[in-house]
Design a binder for this molecule. Structure first.
Ligand SMILES: C[C@H](O)CC(=O)SCCNC(=O)CCNC(=O)[C@H](O)C(C)(C)COP(=O)(O)OP(=O)(O)OC[C@H]1O[C@@H](n2cnc3c(N)ncnc32)[C@H](O)[C@@H]1OP(=O)(O)O
Length: 726
């Protein structure tokens, strides 16, 4: 790989073209910034140079500061403030005018360098944005000051707080971009504009000193107050968006220079928080799930998946079909009768049309996409498909029959996959001679929206088939994670203790709504264990619980409340009541009165209170969080030790994308590392002791992997290179 740098070329007309060179995205590595600084200084000093144009190599301007520097920074924040401050000042106010020529993207520090230039020309479709907040920091090269001065405070706050980029065309309407051109015209237009500014024909704008786009002081304060209020509501666990708004406010009140100083201080404060470490970790972890040992590093080439068949047009099958046709994959949907097929096809249509309603798709595009899905009641056309995804009901005999039929109906190179969430993949395909091309393709509901795809590999699945499935997952815009074959695979297995610890607290007298409040409110999960149980349904909970009990009897607590709720048909959302009451409009209300007899019966049947007259071993919200999540971490450690995941970071990504584990906590294992493995192990051991008399120590006993990390000080995310089920 060439060293990160910037290069400079002179045109005959006297324009110095300085190019950022650090492919693939021209990230602003400190060496690039130093080189850019040196070239800009040299160009300013040269009598040959009339104007400067800054662009990026390989049709990309820059994706911003090199995020690897944050990951590597120990102590500091990775930025070299002396170079960065002087660089933007030199670009904006040096003797020669500067123009940014933007193609592909100008994000974060990339856009900030471009905003320091006196004008910007961009190629149509180029993406411009300040996504720093999504990394737990804030713009640190003057973006908090220059963006409001270029597009107005309202829009600037929206762009920074949402981290969403805008296309060049929208940038032109807002005043962020001076001209939108084709790729072929970019350099020419930028050079002409730069020379025009140099000759005084065009004005030389310096964003930091502009005030014409800023709202009046009163209006500006109102905008900032509203933004603050919304941020505190929407991102109530996060401090850095508020630091960002503080820096903007100082700039508006006291001017751009004071604003820059405030920005620098706010940046340093944000960079010191665990939120930043966690979000940077998730950024890289999401990009490495597609690299799997023995699959992507052995020289295989993925075969394209152009056409698939989905067996079953139910909720999961129609969601999988929707995600596939949206990505241009042809889909054959098979059902067992016309009625089921019609409703499956209707569901696909409704999914696509909801994209149109939300303005994400045009009617004509929707109609074109819908043509990619065809219904069938037979296996007649299955010889034409590259992959089958079985999404029938969770009945082992039925699935085994389906796979026998598929073996006959499909080509010998067709991938056969099952969307089962509970059944052993080798059992599903056990009656075929095709185990080498059988994998699990476990989607999460609703399949066209949830971003994770667990690819379950058995010890007989061929690397080529896993690689092809990885490619298909990426093509349909899922984040694929390859996992081993075990009960619950990675996500459901790791999360089975989530509800059971909550039930233990309740059987010791704790209010279930207090548990949910701690987990959803104080910790930031989308919902607490009891609300989640109502979403999934007590019937499914019982069925899945029985599977886990069969596999891991020593660490499963059979909560008596579930059979009681099941018998009373309090299954959750689907029957209108469970732990909560539902009014049919997705409104959720606690139902203390209705739940009381079930809680009393459960506590009596559990008998835990007989040994623990003082009640549960935890009281505060923080204690409840640890009691619920540390057993989840413990199971995560077992999954790592057994090699069910390729690397611990995969578990972080999976828990964030499938369970809504707060990304700003870094995912399950990163969070445990930030909390400290020794603390996790100590607390689990205390609870194992607490529940000894109940015969429930196994629920909490720290596993070997966790104990070793705790005693050696090793990070849980360091992984276990010796174990692999993949
Ligand atoms: C001081 C400043 O204010 C602070 C900053 O600038 S912080 C940085 C702000 N910028 C960002 O957050 C942008 C982050 N990047 C992205 O959103 C996306 O990568 C992108 C839209 C640029 C490109 O997306 P896409 O084409 O899907 O490619 P993607 O796989 O994500 O990235 C390609 C490679 O570039 C790397 N990369 C992307 N942005 C990077 C960055 N800013 N620094 C370092 N590496 C980066 C990725 O890690 C990936 O590396 P890999 O091939 O080794 O896995």
């Amino acid at each position: 790989m060439p060293n990160p740098t910037a290069s400079m070329q002179m045109t005959d007309a006297g324009v110095a073209i300085v190019t950022l060179e650090n492919p693939p995205v021209n990230a602003l590595h400190p060496a690039v910034l130093r080189s850019l600084f040196a070239h800009v200084r040299e160009a300013h000093a040269s009598s040959q140079v009339k104007a400067i144009v800054i662009n990026g190599s390989k049709q990309r301007f820059s994706a911003g500061f090199d995020i690897n520097q944050f990951a590597q920074a120990s102590g500091g924040n990775g930025l070299d403030d002396t170079v960065n401050d002087a660089l933007c000042e030199l670009v904006e106010s040096g003797p020669k005018p500067t123009v940014a020529a933007i193609e592909g993207m100008a994000l974060g520090g990339g856009l900030e360098v471009a905003m320091s230039c006196n004008a910007r020309v961009a190629v149509a479709g180029a993406k411009l944005g300040l996504p720093e907040l999504s990394l737990g920091i804030l713009p640190g090269f003057g973006g908090t000051q220059r963006l409001p001065r270029l597009v107005g405070l309202q829009k600037a706050c929206e762009m920074m707080l949402t981290s969403k980029p805008i296309p060049a065309e929208a940038g032109a309407k807002l005043g962020l971009v001076d001209a939108v051109v084709s790729s072929a015209q970019l350099l020419d237009t930028a050079c002409q504009l730069a020379l025009g500014i140099a000759s005084g024909v065009k004005p030389r704008n310096q964003s930091l000193y502009r005030t014409d786009k800023l709202e009046s002081l009163g209006e500006a304060m109102m905008i900032l107050d509203v933004a603050r209020g919304q941020t505190m509501k929407r991102a109530r666990h996060l401090q850095h968006p508020l630091f960002c708004l503080d820096a903007i406010r100082i700039g508006v009140e006291q001017g751009g220079i004071a604003g820059l100083k405030a920005e620098q201080e706010a940046f340093a404060k944000s960079a010191a928080l665990d939120t930043h470490k966690a979000l940077v970790h998730i950024f890289f972890a999401q990009r490495t799930t597609k690299r799997v040992k023995g699959i992507t590093d052995v020289g295989l080439k993925p075969r394209p998946i152009k056409k698939i068949a989905v067996l079953g047009g139910g909720l999961m099958g129609s969601g999988i079909a929707t995600a596939s046709i949206l990505a241009g994959v042809e889909v054959l949907v098979k059902e067992i009768n016309q009625k089921f097929l019609d409703s499956g096809m209707e569901r696909i249509k409704a999914n696509i049309m909801s994209q149109v309603k939300k303005g994400r798709m045009k009617q004509a595009a929707a109609e074109k996409v819908l043509k990619l899905a065809k219904g069938t009641l037979t296996y007649d056309d299955f010889g034409s498909v590259d992959m089958v995804i079985e999404a029938a009901i969770e009945d082992i005999k039925l699935k085994q029959q389906i796979f026998k039929d598929l073996e006959k109906a499909c080509r010998k190179d067709c991938i056969l996959s099952s969307n089962t969430s509970t059944i052993d993949i080798k059992l599903v395909g056990g009656q075929t001679q095709a185990l080498d091309r059988i994998v699990g393709a476990h989607f999460f509901s609703p399949a066209h929206i949830m971003p994770l795809l667990e690819i379950v590999r058995t010890d007989q699945s061929s690397p080529q088939v896993v690689l092809d499935t990885l490619e298909y997952g990426s093509r349909i815009k899922k984040t694929p994670v390859v996992v081993g074959n075990c009960t619950g695979f990675a996500v459901n297995r790791v999360f089975f203790p989530y509800t059971q610890s909550a039930c233990m607290l309740v059987d010791l007298g704790m209010d279930p709504y207090m548990v949910d409040k701690a987990i959803a409110g104080a910790f930031g999960m989308p919902m607490g264990p009891f609300r989640l149980s109502d979403l999934v349904g007590a019937d499914i909970g019982l069925h899945v619980g029985a599977n886990f009990h069969d596999s891991f009897p020593e660490r499963v607590y059979k909560a008596p409340i579930f059979p009681a709720l099941f018998d009373a048909k309090r299954l959750g959302e689907k029957t209108g009541s469970g732990f909560y009451k539902f009014d049919g409009k997705r409104k959720t209300l606690p139902d203390a009165q209705g739940l009381k007899p079930f809680l009393e019966a459960s506590r009596k049947a559990a008998g835990l209170m007989e040994h623990h007259k003082q009640g549960p071993p935890v009281k505060s919200a923080q204690d409840i969080i640890e009691f619920i999540f540390f057993p989840v971490v413990n199971e995560g450690c077992r999954v790592i030790a057994e090699g069910i995941v390729d690397k611990p970071a995969d578990l972080d990504v999976a828990t964030v994308l499938a369970m809504g584990f707060p990304p700003y906590r870094g995912g399950l294992i990163k969070w445990a590392d930030l909390t400290g493995a020794a603390h996790v192990a100590k607390r689990l051991s205390q609870w194992a002791e607490f529940f000894k008399a109940d015969g429930l120590s196994g629920v909490f006993e720290p596993c070997q992997y966790l104990k070793e990390a705790a005693s050696s000080g090793r990070q849980l995310s360091a992984g276990n290179s010796s174990a692999s089920k993949l």
